[in-house]
Write a protein that binds this ligand. Structure first.
Ligand code: NAG
Ligand code: NAG
Length: 408
């Protein structure tokens, strides 16, 4: 157990400047401290992960979600009333124990007890790397989502966010897929590379609702190049609402084993072992909350229905694929990789995939979707292909190297 007392050190620094008017920098530091103390709830135990993270085990009822004005009196749901895979909660433990190839790095140094949840501690430096305190933990652009049906492709293309995705349109109550995990190279710390499922509601205007989950490498967000499990949500197209992981109030976690934002291990290697993770997001037909499951039975928690407008009904588009930021800082396309950094044509063991791609339909059943379309802004940089077979059901290969002879 490790005690990291930033607060007391900061107070000492503050006392040293004493009665004098606080400088701008000190005021700014005060805001950073304030934000930190909002995010980092008092832990019952802390675990130091080999990657430098500190995982705080926080009492389940003290999580940031309950700071949200609309969730003050929220009664926490300890289990969904419905599961699209028909999982029986009494026997669920069995499937979890039989699973487990992929873990999170911090597991090697301890566990959080039942009744607590593991939260990746935010450090001062994490906030200082963001462009502002307000922007910490947020995606900053409506172009964080691929807009395959938009009429203004030029504008989207210039935004710097690039995608290679497969998508379906209709009325959906959830989505599932198994995706292999990689560690794409990032050219610049303000770029990122992620692979995820998007559940979208509303138009692509300022009211877009989105629930997202997958893995990412984001040096500015985490301070390293590790591959991390993450979630995101917004109810206003990435403007005022939403964030990654538990970095604002919204997602309610019930699980004591998986930390949002923690490093995943092991990672797939080119022409070597492939490691994949399964993610299922579904809407509880009774309470309307959107639940998330990681692996075969780690039910992590839920996004309360009250956070959303359109997603209070259903999702109207599901996307599976990758996104990178191309800042073109040296006047050329970024070398930041998507997925494995290899094109879909290379196939298994080389390219990144989503397999057993499914949607939850109006009867709350998991189904292989019909009519999967694909979209990418620049196929010579990052591309996507779909297919179907008996083992993998509906699958997608996606990704690419970024800059190359055909992508400058
Ligand atoms: C991340 O990787 C890049 C090279 O791809 C390297 O230049 C950079 O220093 C690394 N960042 C960190 C925080 O380790
Ligand atoms: C995006 O821009 C690139 C380079 O200018 C071009 O090759 C590509 O066709 C554009 N994509 C779309 C979808 O407009």
């Amino acid at each position: 157990m490790m005690v990291f007392n930033f607060f007391s050190r900061f107070v000492m620094v503050l006392c040293a400047v004493t009665a004098a008017r606080l400088s701008y920098a000190a005021e700014n530091r005060f805001e950073v401290l304030n934000h930190l103390s909002n995010l980092n709830k008092t832990p019952l135990k802390s675990i130091k992960s080999p990657d430098g993270d500190i995982i705080d085990c926080v009492h389940i009822s003290h999580q940031a979600a309950f700071d949200h004005p609309s969730l003050k009196d929220h009664k926490i749901q300890m289990r969904p009333s419905y599961h699209p895979e028909g999982i029986n909660y009494e026997t669920m433990k069995v499937s979890i124990e039989n699973e487990q190839t992929i873990t999170q790095l911090w597991h090697s140094n301890g566990k959080c007890a039942k009744g607590t949840i593991p939260i990746r501690r935010t450090k001062k430096e994490d906030i200082l790397r963001a462009s502002s305190i307000k922007n910490y933990g947020k995606k900053q652009s409506v172009t964080s989502v691929a807009q395959p049906t938009s009429i203004d492709l030029d504008l989207i293309n210039q935004s710097g966010h690039q995608h290679a995705i497969a998508y379906v349109q209709g009325e959906f109550y959830g989505a599932k897929a198994t995706m292999n995990v990689w560690d794409p190279q990032i050219q610049q710390s303000n770029e990122f590379s992620l692979s995820q499922i998007w559940l979208l509601g509303g138009s692509f205007a300022s009211d877009l609702n989105s629930i997202e989950a997958g893995w990412q490498v984001s040096p500015d967000l985490y301070g390293d190049n590790n591959t991390r499990f993450f979630t995101y949500w917004t109810s206003d197209a990435y403007q005022a609402t939403g964030c990654y992981n538990l970095l604002c109030s919204g997602f309610i976690q019930i699980n004591n084993e998986i930390a949002l934002g923690a490093s995943i291990s092991p990672i797939s290697t080119y022409q070597g072992s492939q490691y994949d993770i399964s993610i299922l997001v579904w809407k509880d037909p009774e309470q309307g909350n959107w639940w998330m499951q990681f692996g075969n039975g780690h039910v992590l928690g839920y996004w309360p229905a009250s956070l959303f407008s359109y997603l209070t009904d259903s999702a109207t588009m599901i996307q599976w694929g990758g996104e990178v930021v191309n800042s073109a800082s040296d006047g050329q396309h970024t070398t930041t990789q998507m997925g494995s950094g290899h094109f879909p044509e290379e196939g298994f063991g080389k390219s990144s995939y989503f397999r057993n791609v499914q949607v939850v339909d109006g009867s709350n059943s998991l189904k292989t979707p019909k009519d999967i379309d694909t979209f990418t802004e620049q196929p010579n940089c990052y591309d996507v292909q779909t297919g179907k077979n008996n083992d993998w059901g509906s699958y997608i290969y996606y990704g690419g190297p970024g800059r190359n002879a055909n992508c400058q």
